[in-house]
Design a protein around this ligand. Structure first.
Ligand SMILES: Nc1ncnc2c1ncn2[C@@H]1O[C@H](COP(=O)(O)OP(=O)(O)OP(=O)(O)O)[C@@H](O)[C@H]1O
Ligand SMILES: [Mg+2]
Length: 480
């Protein structure tokens, strides 16, 4: 069985509390017992000494003839004096160890010579004895000689009994049990409260973690309690933020992918429908020579469109998948723009557009072929919208630590919304032209992908004087 922190704390506390309480009580009770016994011993001794001295004096005063003769008078007074109000049991024994007086009035005539402390007292010493009585009490005795002129004439034996710790515990076991129960209960309640208080932050943390694991990624825990639990809670929240972000990104990526797939299939359907229509009509036969040519050229044109679409998609996929893997070298944007223009010269001339390149700037780090593709796509687009006889300008210039290239045309310009969206795949601005005359709408997506793979940026904006300007920015290579 796995136990909670609360239960472990509780168990540990109970064990410690009971152990400490037991040890302390045992220690103090023993000390108390020893102290009590030594006090009794002192009292017995002083009573014994006084009585022995008094007896000795009496005997001497009465002519020193022996203890028996003076017993009645002296002992009655002395014993009444010392025996009353004290728990001492005093006996006076004659020279043979036979009791001749007793503070309780009993036991007269009994011989005690065999008792060890009495035997030693008869020999002239003062002796102590301690024994456990049949009723469980501890008996303490002291025996001392009564001497007259150096002779032992009798013995004063003084004894008392006291409760030992053992009997105390036995007699008070009900009260003790109640005390122990109260103690344990109090400890239990206090520990329970303490454990609850200590484990509350951990419990809230555990609840948060479980909820999170079950899919509630918005759950966060309140950092409270000790420094440690607070640190764990904060770490948990940070982790939860990160996981949530990652999941959202993943979700977004998935959404983009599925949109891409549906866009692609949509784009494929148009040329395929055209091809199928033309092919079916031709198969039906009986098509006039001139119409047949028309259908065949539709098939050729649409097939070419499909090929281009496939190529563009592959290009896009390669660029986006190969971030950081472009073969970079220091290149000059002006010369790249010139090359692009040269390659497109027949097309641009056929459209009756005049292209001008101006300016020079610091080199940038880039892939020459890809950058040429950027200019080609932009020039292709711009020359397509520029009316015959108008001009298309490419300006290259330094701008602090960047190189800026601007492609300016005199076309219809661009709407604010379109300026952002034209870089999306398959996006074509409504105003410019329909699918029949244009491409797939991948050109600017490829441009944007290449630019961002170079650490650059591209924006489109309408020109105040009409037309559109595309602005490219690349980090310049620092010239020493
Ligand atoms: N210079 C421009 N002036 C105005 N609109 C433009 C200009 N260049 C691009 N556009 C708009 O942006 C759209 C997207 O251009 P993009 O190059 O991505 O696709 P496309 O030229 O239609 O097809 P593709 O380049 O794949 O053959 C174009 O359809 C056009 O509407
Ligand atoms: Mg284009």
């Amino acid at each position: 069985m796995r136990s909670s922190i609360r239960r472990r704390l509780l168990l540990a506390f109970l064990i410690v509390a009971v152990a400490v309480a037991t040890a302390m009580s045992a220690y103090f009770l023993t000390e108390l017992e020893d102290y009590g016994l030594s006090k009794i011993e002192e009292r017995l001794e002083s009573e014994q000494t006084i009585l022995a001295a008094a007896l000795s004096a009496q005997i001497t005063a009465s002519g020193g003839r022996g203890l028996t003769e003076t017993q009645a008078g002296i002992l009655a007074t002395e014993l009444a004096l010392t025996g009353h109000g004290s728990a001492s049991h005093i006996r006076v024994l004659d020279r043979a160890g036979v009791s001749i007086a007793d503070s309780t009035g009993a036991d007269i005539g009994i011989g005690y010579a065999e008792t060890p402390e009495v035997a030693r007292a008869l020999a002239g010493e003062t002796a102590y004895a301690q024994r456990v009585l049949p009723d469980g009490r501890i008996g303490i005795s002291i025996a001392g000689p009564v001497t007259v002129d150096g002779r032992v004439v009798g013995v004063v034996h003084n004894s008392a009994a006291t409760f030992s710790v053992t009997t105390l515990v036995r007699d008070y076991r009900v009260q003790l049990a109640v005390a122990v129960a109260v103690f344990v209960l109090t400890t239990f309640i206090l520990t329970e409260l303490l454990a609850r208080w200590l484990s509350a932050p951990l419990r809230s943390l555990a609840q948060g973690a479980v909820a999170f694991a079950q899919g509630d990624h918005s759950v966060r825990v309140r950092p409270f309690g000790s420094t440690e639990t607070r640190a764990v809670a904060e770490a948990f929240n940070a982790m939860a933020d990160e996981v949530q972000d990652a999941l959202m990104e993943l979700h977004e990526e998935e959404r983009r992918k599925s949109r891409f797939v549906s866009d692609v299939s949509h784009e494929l359907r148009t040329p395929l429908t055209a091809i199928r229509g033309a092919a079916e009509t031709l198969l039906d036969g009986d098509v006039p020579e001139e119409d047949a040519r028309q259908f065949l050229s539709t098939i050729a044109r649409e097939s070419e469109r499909l090929t281009r679409l496939a190529n563009d998609l592959i290009t896009l996929q390669r660029i986006e998948g190969a971030t950081g893997e472009l073969p970079l070298s220091q290149v000059d944007l002006t010369s790249i723009a010139e090359q692009a223009v040269a390659a497109l010269a027949p097309l641009v001339e056929a459209r009756g557009v005049n292209v001008v390149i101006t300016g020079k700037a610091a080199p940038v780090l880039g892939d020459r072929d890809r950058l040429q593709q950027v200019f080609s796509n932009l020039i292709d687009n711009a020359s397509r919208v520029t009316p015959e006889g108008k001009q298309l300008t490419i300006e290259i210039a330094d701008d602090e630590d960047q190189v800026v290239a601007r492609i300016l045309d005199e076309g219809p310009g661009i709407g604010e919304k379109d300026a952002v969206r034209i870089f999306d795949r398959f996006y074509r601005a409504q105003s410019s032209r329909d699918r029949g005359s244009g491409g797939a709408g991948l050109g600017l997506a490829i441009v944007a992908a290449i630019v961002s793979a170079h650490g650059g940026a591209i924006t489109a904006a309408p020109r105040p004087e009409g037309g559109t300007v595309f602005t490219l920015r690349f980090p310049a290579v620092r010239q020493e």
